[in-house]
Design a protein around this ligand. Structure first.
Ligand code: AMO
Length: 442
């Protein structure tokens, strides 16, 4: 007999079917026993009287007759909720050992460390795995939008000869008898590809030795980048806002039921996105709250939150673009504003008051770029491959990068970015917490 997917069972009423999946939970009502079975397409209730030894999360094969459930027993929450399987035979493919917590609940209600310590099983909870369905949709939306912009998808290395974003937050790796770095972003490679394809996009892992534990930083994250040639600042702003709106809008229209499950409203991304400079943002914050951050050279997280609220109230927009950050606060490749070089042609996109993207118009002139590298106390020798591209016809260009986990977290209103990463890395954890590494033998 050929296996069918659970989602197809309602089309087979009265017929015998073979389905496979994992047992979600088991209910024993005396003689009659029930279990819910999950496969990649959905969940269905199975009912019978004579089962072998079964445990939650065991992988099984079930043969049974599909029957309609009485009207008052229909489970509206699941697609196959109006049928059940009258089980004839259960074959256990892999019996799960006793679980460390109850996996039968819709909401596991566990603390974050426990969720992460038992990641391989907590991810099997449907509400939790839905976070990664949303993440997949973000990718799909981003890919579609980037293609609409005319970008070619590229794949770039994560081992690099030079560090890109500056600062101490770079992981060094021993590379044979040499030193190398894990990329803090795919920045240099995407720029080198502009004279090849003019417009590129990519998905890359990025590594940062974040010195503190926050709810929005990971040591390894995924960046969604674009880089475009022959563009000016305004065109870059248009491009990033297009990709941001399209991507978030795509997710909201693909998975409204997951957003509902997480209790979040549809993101407000359809209208005009307000654009303000960082200094204007600080003035708005001063007017609204009386808090004077106008001398600060960056927006603090609470400033971003306030500007996010301002954009929602004044423009009915969850997105706001902030431009012209101080040149010294941005990476070396950022182009200073020719009319006021203390500030740069840079931008961040905030979503619900949190930065999800940054980028800039780049320095595309070779000599200026060498000066900028030296100006940051770095050696142009270490950027040889990168600089080569600028000696041979680099047009005016720029780009941007979204943080995949950040967007996921904000779309679903998660309180910690770790929930939006399958296997989050931070200073305290790689798979397990360093403080309690334990390999148990079963
Ligand atoms: P930036 O450093 O701002 O810019 O990173 C781009 C976006 O990536 C996300 N992000 C992170 N997410 C989780 N944990 C982290 N530690 C982390 N660091 C960054 C954020 C951020 O907006 N090369 C430039 C981009 C460019 O100019 O094109 C860059 O990396 O959402």
């Amino acid at each position: 007999m050929k296996r069918i997917l659970i989602i197809k069972t309602p089309q087979k009423i009265g017929k015998k079917v073979l389905i496979c999946g994992w047992i979600v939970n088991i209910r024993d009502h005396g003689k009659i026993k029930f279990f819910d079975l999950r496969d990649r397409s959905g969940v269905v209730q199975c009912v019978g009287t004579n089962f072998p030894k079964l445990t939650p999360q065991s992988a099984v094969e079930v043969v049974g007759i599909v029957s309609e459930r009485p009207e008052n027993m229909v489970n509206e929450k699941i697609d196959a909720g109006w049928v059940e399987i009258q089980v004839e035979k259960v074959k256990v493919l892999s019996l799960a050992k006793e679980l460390p917590f109850d996996m039968g609940k819709e909401d596991l209600g566990l603390t974050l460390p426990t969720l992460l310590d038992y990641r391989t099983i907590s991810l099997r909870n449907i509400k939790i795995s839905n976070i990664f369905k949303v993440q997949e949709a973000i990718m799909e939306g981003f890919r579609q939008a980037s293609k609409k912009l005319g970008c070619t998808e590229i794949f770039t290395p994560t081992i690099s000869a030079s560090s890109t974003e500056g600062g101490a937050e770079v992981f060094r790796v021993k590379y044979y008898e040499h030193n190398a770095f894990l990329v803090q972003s795919p920045q240099l490679y995407k720029q080198m590809m502009v004279p090849v394809f003019e417009r590129v996009y990519l998905v890359s892992h990025a590594y940062r030795m974040e010195p503190s534990v926050t709810t929005r930083h990971l040591s390894e994250s995924i960046q969604l980048d674009c880089e475009l040639g022959f563009v000016n600042f305004e065109e870059l702003l248009d491009a990033l806002e297009f990709v941001g709106k399209y991507t978030i809008g795509f997710v909201a229209s693909k998975y409204p039921q997951i957003l509902k499950e997480y209790g979040v409203e549809n993101p407000r991304v359809d209208g005009k996105i307000p654009r303000i400079t960082m200094r204007e943002a600080q003035r708005i914050i001063l007017e609204r709250t009386g808090i004077d951050h106008t001398k600060e050279d960056d927006l603090a997280p609470e400033d971003e939150r306030e500007i996010g609220k301002w954009a929602q109230e004044e423009y009915n927009s969850d997105l706001v673009t902030v431009t012209h950050y101080p040149t010294k606060k941005r990476a070396f490749y950022t182009l200073p504003d020719p009319t006021d070089p203390k500030y740069s042609l840079s931008y961040d996109l905030l979503f619900k008051g949190v930065e999800i993207l940054s980028g800039s118009q780049r320095i595309s002139n070779y000599d200026d770029l060498v000066d900028a590298i030296r100006g940051r106390g770095m050696d142009p020798e270490n950027f040889k491959m990168y600089l080569q591209a600028f000696e041979y016809g680099m047009p005016p260009e720029g780009g941007f990068s979204f943080g995949l986990e950040r967007i996921t977290m904000l779309i679903l209103g998660l309180s910690n970015i770790r929930e939006a990463s399958l296997f989050p890395r931070d200073m305290e954890r790689v798979d397990f917490r360093f403080s309690e590494k334990r390999i148990k033998k079963s």
